[in-house]
Design a protein around this ligand. Structure first.
Ligand code: 9WN
Length: 450
């Protein structure tokens, strides 16, 4: 017995190793005024990545967290949309596809000369800004002043982002945001889109015309398929042909869906804005009321009473997606979500479909493990991702599932320590897949260790 290592010493050694290596990843991926998700596959700035990154960066370098958010919001469009990619002019066009030439956004969109896409991603930035702000205190008075100034700069821009999403993007008319492209979800090839995407034309000749750069640097078995990409490109081209305008989306656009992950983040952003408004002397109540409305709309529209799960809604057909995906668990982050629905989410999370750590020792997979088309390698169709598990854990804490939140935290920390800061992980073996040295995995590890 005397030879057994002290478990607390083992844990703290593991924590120190992971902490140091996560900090190194974030140092390597810093590009001067923004963070890249990874050096090879994603050599620009991505929107929801910046939010997850700020949540971790604030422990080690809050100035960089603010700089990163600022770089992103400097590319905000006049209509309020925050682009899903802000391009780095120092990166060659050929280093990421589709790049600025393909997007060809009008001069008013994005901030020249950097340029951007015309799509959005889940608006987690208010949550991130609040997290960075409330940790500023531990970095001293100058950091608190910096944080206050950063919040003042960001607040109207964050409000404009919410207004765009609940205004221009309210294609369903009930106060939720529709996404018009799977890339907007951040869960690109999730089975949640399969039903809606099957109606989108797949012009495979587009793939002869353009070169899929992702396949030069990643394994084709891990990435979305060519048919997926043909549809992705076709959707961008038709949105582009309409000048990236959002009028009549439900009538004219081929893919218009309401996602529970996206909209839960939209609601959580209003809660964070209420906190930020409180600090800045603005009115928090308006944001609390909006959060409440979003939560009610998510329950009314995205909850499927028969299966007792949250589903993606196809706005064009009015049908819920049959696929049970991790996106359906994320409404747990909404503080106003009634306990009845929170319990249903936990039942689904504990089930064999998602098998929390008690069953598998691993965080939740991105898709139902029991589904016939569960795919252990292909991106959002099975593998474990740290960012959505981080959201799930946040929801557990929000609703008082403390033990399960702690189990999930431990499972995430162990996984990243064992396999490295990978983009995603094999849902059976925990092996790292996709890009190594991936920024949000590193950043969120810091938050999980702190
Ligand atoms: C397309 C950067 C992004 C993430 C997304 C993830 C992936 C891009 C891609 O990488 O999407 O936007 O090329 O596959 O799905 O969540 O923001 O890390």
């Amino acid at each position: 017995n005397l030879d057994l290592p002290d478990p607390t010493a083992v844990i703290s050694e593991m924590s120190a190793e992971l902490w140091n290596s996560a900090v190194r990843v974030l140092d390597k991926n810093w590009a001067g005024d923004h963070m890249v998700p990874s050096r090879r596959l994603y050599p620009h700035q991505w929107s929801w990545d910046a939010a997850f990154i700020a949540v971790g960066l604030c422990y080690v370098n809050p100035s960089r967290a603010w700089r990163d958010l600022r770089s992103l919001f400097e590319a905000q469009w006049p209509d309020g949309r925050v682009p899903h990619i802000v391009f780095d002019p120092h990166t060659a066009e050929g280093d990421y596809f589709p790049g600025p030439v393909f997007w060809d956004v009008p001069a008013y969109g994005g901030r020249r000369p950097r340029g951007s896409t015309a799509l959005v991603q889940p608006p987690l930035h208010a949550v991130a800004a609040w997290e960075v702000y409330r940790r500023a205190m531990s970095h001293g008075a100058a950091a608190v002043r910096e944080a206050h100034a950063a919040l003042e700069w960001l607040y109207p821009r964050l409000v404009a982002q919410q207004d765009y999403l609940t205004g221009h993007r309210d294609a369903g008319g009930a106060g939720l945001a529709s996404i018009v492209h799977p890339w907007e979800s951040g869960l690109d090839n999730s089975p949640a889109w399969d039903a809606a995407m099957s109606a989108v034309p797949a012009d495979l000749t587009l793939l002869q015309k353009y070169h899929r750069r992702d396949l030069d640097v990643a394994d084709a078995a891990h990435r979305p398929t060519d048919v997926d990409y043909a549809r992705y490109l076709g959707l961008v081209l038709s949105y582009r042909d309409g000048g990236y305008a959002d009028a009549h989306l439900a009538r004219d656009h081929d893919f218009v869906v309401e996602c529970p992950n996206f909209n839960a983040i939209l609601g959580a952003a209003e809660i964070a804005l209420a906190q930020i408004a409180g600090v800045l002397g603005a009115d928090p109540q308006v944001h609390r009321a909006r959060a409440q409305r979003i939560t009610t709309a998510i329950v009314d529209r995205l909850y499927d009473a028969r299966s007792r799960t949250f589903r993606v809604l196809d706005v064009r057909t009015g049908a819920h997606s049959p696929a049970r995906c991790i996106s359906g668990l994320v409404p747990l982050i909404l503080p106003d979500l009634p306990a009845y629905y929170a319990d249903d989410i936990m039942t689904e999370a504990r089930s064999a479909r998602f098998g929390l750590p008690q069953q598998t020792d691993l965080p939740a997979p991105s898709y139902d493990r029991t589904a016939a088309d569960f795919d252990t390698l292909r991106y959002w169709r099975g593998p474990v991702w740290i960012n959505v598990n981080w959201l799930l854990r946040r929801g557990m804490l929000q609703h008082g599932y403390r033990d399960e939140a702690e189990d999930l935290r431990t499972a995430m920390v162990r996984l990243v320590h064992r396999s490295g800061e990978y983009e995603y992980f094999h849902p059976m073996t925990g092996e790292g897949i996709g890009e190594p040295a991936f920024s949000w995995t590193a950043a969120l590890s810091l938050d999980l260790l702190a």
